[in-house]
Write a protein that binds this ligand. Structure first.
Ligand code: SF4
Ligand code: ZN
Length: 309
């Protein structure tokens, strides 16, 4: 006798949600996922129906699940998808093609930014002091370009596909390294601190990586079949392994930690952590804590090496 879905009670339960505690059939799982995303948006006041929302899409399961669930939960919302083609050989073109398939299915406007048009790609950072660890400059580039794209398309809100596991693994890393400025930035909503910034929101904050994957599978989201060649052994993968071992035998661990972070830790430290004073970068005008922003510094570095080669 198969186990029946705890919601509809007439279909076999194929999957589970909330760390295995809720056995559901595919149809009820999809409803659960979209309802939970909607609840997070409303609970944290991420956006209103009048606002234009930019959604960063990478070709992966998380951002794909984000775009589809937002579109279904808020059918009348003005959504624009933003994609950066990072110029990673054998990977970025594949990601872009998946994004194009998805936005076509969802009838959503798409803006693509080809990093090569800036005169460099993420692969070029291998020739700099970063060598084979290019995720750090890649993160800086993505944050800057997404801010720029959101501004250009007139979006007041930028939604990203950070899931529960992403947030908690970064939380553990930043907590133990004492980086409380970054820790505060893990909040579900970050208000703009500069005229060139948008409000940043994380509607998947309560959805686990497994749930994103299941949702992508059940709703047949076109997602990339390749991993980024630079992702091997990155800190985020290591952080997730630690998170998994801490959660073993305690299905509540991730939710308890998130709740502790949102209800206790953030209110306790937010006012005490001094955020850097933001000024405008003298080169690009975007927010920076120094005269020249992190993005412009990386661009200068990668181009200098390119000229010498
Ligand atoms: Fe960029 Fe690293 Fe992610 Fe690849 S794995 S897309 S290099 S951050
Ligand atoms: Zn700059």
């Amino acid at each position: 006798m198969p186990i029946l879905c705890v919601k509809c009670k007439n279909q076999p339960a194929e999957t589970s949600a909330v760390e295995g505690r809720l056995k559901l059939c595919p149809k009820c799982f999809i409803e659960y996922f979209e309802r939970r995303v909607k609840e997070s948006v409303q609970k944290f006041h991420m956006f209103t129906h009048e606002e234009r929302v930019a959604v960063a899409v990478s070709g992966g399961k998380d951002s794909g699940a984000l775009l589809r669930s937002l579109k279904r939960a808020f059918p009348n919302l003005d959504i624009v998808a933003l994609h950066i083609n990072l110029g990673i050989n054998g990977y970025s073109e594949h990601c872009e093609s998946k994004v194009r398939e998805l936005v076509k299915e969802e009838c959503v406007e798409l803006n693509v930014f080809k990093l090569s048009e800036e005169g460099f790609t993420i692969d070029d950072f291998r020739k700099t002091l970063y060598k084979n660890e290019v995720c750090s400059p890649c993160g800086i580039v993505k944050r800057h370009i997404l801010d720029r794209m959101a501004l250009e398309v007139g979006a007041k809100v930028l939604a990203t596909g950070h899931n529960l596991d992403d947030i908690l693994s970064t939380l553990l890393h930043t907590f133990f390294s004492g980086d409380f400025v970054q820790l505060v930035r893990l909040k579900p909503v970050l208000m703009p601190q500069h005229p060139y910034q948008t409000k940043k929101v994380k509607p998947l904050i309560k959805m686990s990586e497994f749930e994103d994957y299941q949702y992508a599978l059940y709703t047949e989201i076109p997602i990339r079949e390749l991993n980024c060649p630079h992702s091997i052994g990155t800190k985020s993968r290591e952080g997730k392994k630690i998170l998994e071992s801490l959660s073993k035998g305690n299905p509540n661990f991730k939710y308890q930690t998130l709740s502790l972070f949102l209800k206790k830790l953030i209110p306790m430290i937010e006012d005490k952590v001094k955020q850097p004073n933001l000024m405008s970068c003298i080169r690009c005008g975007f927010p920076s804590s120094t005269e020249v922003c992190a993005y412009c510094k990386r661009v200068e570095m990668v181009k200098r090496v390119g000229k010498r080669a």
